[in-house]
Ligand binder design. Structure first.
Ligand code: HDD
Length: 681
């Protein structure tokens, strides 16, 4: 009876192939297949007369257009996705029977959608926000969805508060402002009055919420899930995605400017990387806690506002995901993909985390309105790569043609099939946790410490990271109009750290907190981005160049940068070619108008002996801005003139003519990402 299908990395791609259509070079037809003879003019009674009702081509074209839009996601509306594969490093048999976590030779196809949370579908991408990180594994046993964020904890402990949180975060209802931002009264009013949010707010105010790239952020399953093995033994598990390029962020001023200069900054980065063959990679890690140890921690493992410090519960790296294929059509794939934390496979189960429990309801419910009915699982992107059979029938847009007379269970006419199968044959059996209790609406005592881990997060930050958090609070609360809300937030965060609360109270003109402070001294070095992987790979360097540059030297530097995986892009006052010595000519990629320093990771000033005052002025603006965003700056030859005197001896600024030495130091500076020890006024 079983129709087991071998899944490999290409299974999903093969399945999607039957739905792909190439329209290019084909005659135009109506949706009924009728060839169309004219597509510019509607059918009219006379050249200047009214359009005729019988113009079925006009009606069909217009009706389809009128219905092109579907509701955007209530949260995570702005997203971008890619296909890829997951490979396992070692069997996880000891902990889980999940099929895709058994055999390291099996590659599982995946589809990953990254998103911002608050903004609408057309909003900018570098706003301050959590990022969604949702992965669909198309496994032999059905789809498994890991629907996480780039922050390991959440604002609230119980799903019943999610509509309130989202109402407070979204643009305010009376004037629909501000777009894609938490810097407004209702959000902070919610925070001050729902203090379980303290820990996640610390993350949201940190550099984590302005990532440099989707490729340079972590992902977390957030909740505690359960791994269950063949013997029925369970472990609590938390999931982590660790980016191979390390965790890196923008600075706030830069992030805001990018929002205007390139609102598609993150999707462009992901798209281009995949097109260039620089496939984004993330390692999958798990933290495991034995069921017997459930109560051995100073937090409740069911509380989604708590993380498990990596120093206490190490992250075991078990596999790697590689994103290697862009979508063919954003609407068909990225927009119509339907994730659900309840899409599990045997061996992965839920816990009683009250946030998770509520999510298990919400996701199907939202797809029903968003995708228009109960058949969204039939959309190509959502279809499992294994067979699926049941007695569910009909509904809007049904595609499957279920043959036969029988659509009910139990039956005799179809030999009682499709039939449930035993656990041994792959049937999902819920973990048989013993549950007992009174029906109550209340919060467990063990969920009531809202501040210890928020303080631990603060304690774990480097000095620059702490300063960024203070600046973020000062910005966000500086945008809040209600003095009372501002003060409530100051008083709330005094419980996290007194210096922090005093610093932003001062910046926003609130009364410094009179009491508060925290006894917590614990820190978790793994939380600081200071300790992350630092590599030069795929960093974009803006090369400012004009006519009459030193051809051989510059070419040698550019070749060395490329050899390290760095991507130099040339900027000048005009497009076209610039000429250097030794007949070396280079093609310009951007002008000062179309390229901006905020769009690059580093700047290399080459200049040229034949550049005018306007060139110098534009170039200096570029350089100064990059400097103020702590970016690596290199300058050789004529380019040295473009570096202001007071920048020259600063960290991360490399100014010299010796090509080999310059290149080595500049690459080191690029690997460091940013130079926080630089004095910027
Ligand atoms: Fe959610 C979408 C992540 C709590 C209800 N959520 C959504 C997406 C991500 C998350 C990444 C976008 C998926 C995609 O790209 O299509 N959500 C989280 C995380 C949470 C969380 C990490 C806390 C740990 N969410 C949460 C709660 C509820 C929801 C408590 C409601 C009870 N989330 C939704 C939703 C969305 C959604 C309304 C909107 C669009 C969708 O589901 O498909 O159902």
């Amino acid at each position: 009876m079983s129709e087991k299908r071998k899944v490999d990395a290409n299974s999903k791609n093969e399945q999607l192939e039957q739905f792909r259509v190439d329209d290019q070079g084909k005659p135009m037809t109506t949706n009924q297949g009728l060839k169309v003879a004219e597509d510019e003019f509607s059918l009219k009674a006379g050249e200047r007369g009214p359009t005729l009702m019988e113009d079925f081509h006009f009606r069909e074209k217009m009706t389809h257009f009128d219905h092109e839009r579907i509701p955007e996601r209530i949260v995570h509306a702005r997203g971008f996705a890619a296909h890829g594969e997951f490979e396992l490093y070692e069997s996880m048999k000891e902990y889980t029977k999940a099929g895709f976590l058994q055999d390291p030779s099996v590659k599982t196809p995946v589809f990953v959608r990254f998103s911002t949370v608050a903004g609408s579908r057309g909003s900018a991408e570098t706003v301050r926000d959590a990022r969604g990180f949702a992965t669909k594994f198309y496994t032999e046993e059905g789809n498994y969805d890991l629907v996480g964020n780039n922050i390991p904890v959440f604002f609230i402990q119980d799903a019943i508060k999610f509509p309130d949180l989202v109402h407070a975060l979204k643009p305010e209802p009376h004037n629909e402002m501000p777009q894609a931002a938490s810097a407004h009264d209702t959000f902070w009013d919610f925070i001050a009055n729902n203090q379980e949010s303290a820990h996640m707010v610390m993350w949201a105010m940190s550099d984590r919420s302005i990532p440099r790239s989707f490729r340079m952020m972590e992902g977390f399953g957030v909740h505690t899930f359960r791994f269950v093995n063949e013997e029925g033994q369970a472990h609590f598990v938390k999931f982590h995605w660790k980016p191979v390029l390390g965790i890196h962020s923008l600075v706030w001023d830069e992030a805001q400017k990018i929002s205007g200069k390139d609102p598609d900054f993150h999707r462009g980065d992901l798209w281009d990387s995949i097109e260039n063959g620089d496939f984004p990679e993330y390692e999958l890690g798990v933290q495991l806690i034995k069921e017997a140890d459930e109560f051995n921690f100073d937090f409740d493992v069911l509380d989604p506002t708590k993380l498990w410090p990596e120093e206490d519960v190490p992250v075991k790296i078990i596999g790697k995901m590689t994103l290697n294929r862009n979508v063919d059509n954003v609407f068909a794939e990225t927009e119509q993909v339907a994730f659900h934390p309840g899409h599990v496979v045997p061996g992965i189960d839920f816990t009683n985390d009250p946030l998770l429990q509520g999510r298990l309801f919400s996701y199907t419910d939202t797809q029903l309105i968003r995708l228009g009915g109960p058949n969204f699982h039939e959309l190509p992107i959502n279809r499992p790569v294994c067979p699926f059979h049941n007695n569910q029938r009909d509904g809007y847009g049904r595609q499957t043609i279920n043959r036969g007379q029988v659509s009910y269970h139990k039956n005799s006419l179809a030999a009682n099939t499709p039939a449930p199968v035993s656990e041994e044959e792959g049937g999902f059996v819920h973990y048989q946790e013993k549950v007992e209790g009174r029906k109550v609406r209340s919060r467990s005592e063990s969920f009531k410490d809202h501040f210890s881990q928020a303080t631990m997060f603060w304690n774990s930050m480097s000095e620059p990271e702490k300063n960024h958090i203070i600046e973020a609070f000062s910005f966000e609360l500086g945008k809040v109009e209600s003095k009372s809300v501002q003060q409530q937030v100051v008083d709330m965060f005094a419980n996290v750290n007194l210096d922090l609360a005093k610093a932003f109270a001062d910046a926003i003109g609130a009364t410094p907190p009179q009491k508060g402070g925290s006894e917590v001294t614990k820190s978790s070095p793994a939380l600081s981005q200071e300790n992350t992987t630092k590599k030069p790979d795929t960093r974009k360097v803006g090369v400012i160049i004009g006519h009459n540059f030193n051809g051989p030297d510059v070419k040698s530097v550019l070749d060395s940068l490329k050899a390290e995986g760095i991507q130099p892009e040339l900027i000048s006052n005009k497009l076209g070619k610039v000429k250097g010595s030794d007949h070396i000519e280079l093609e310009i990629d951007h002008t000062f108008l179309t390229g901006e320093s905020v769009l690059f990771d580093a700047i290399y000033a080459v200049g040229g002996s034949d550049v005018d005052k306007k060139f110098e002025k534009d170039a200096k603006y570029f350089m100064n801005e990059a400097f103020s965003h702590f970016k690596p700056i290199g300058a050789t030859h004529e380019g040295k003139k473009l570096v202001e005197e007071d920048m020259k001896n600063s960290p991360g600024v490399v100014v010299e003519d010796h090509t080999d030495s310059f290149t080595k130091k500049f690459i080191e500076a690029i690997s460091a990402h940013r130079h926080w020890d630089r004095k910027v006024i």
